[in-house]
Write a protein that binds this ligand. Structure first.
Ligand code: SF4
Length: 81
């Protein structure tokens, strides 16, 4: 299954968990707010199958549900990079 991902940054509380669990997939800005790095948080490029396990760990443990996933690319208006 093809999967797209992004962080809805207004929901992120800068807890640091996703970057710890999936360092290839998430990074933080100067305020600690996360973004999804493989496609600059646009949610438009499919997640690599090799990164699926790490992504699922971060996705399921994000305390606020800020990490989003979809079987379709996210629309530009959904992107709060
Ligand atoms: S786990 Fe969720 S709340 Fe924590 S930094 Fe990542 S996106 Fe933000």
């Amino acid at each position: 299954m093809v999967l797209y991902a992004k962080v809805n940054r207004p929901e992120c509380i800068a807890c640091g968990l996703c970057q710890m669990l999936a360092p290839k997939l998430f990074e933080y800005d100067q305020d600690g707010i996360a973004s999804y790095t493989p496609d600059q948080n646009t949610g438009t490029e499919p997640l690599s199958p090799a990164d699926l396990i790490d992504f699922k760990l971060a996705y399921t443990r994000c305390p606020t549900g800020a990490i989003k996933r979809s079987d379709k690319p996210f629309a530009p208006e959904d992107t709060k990079a």
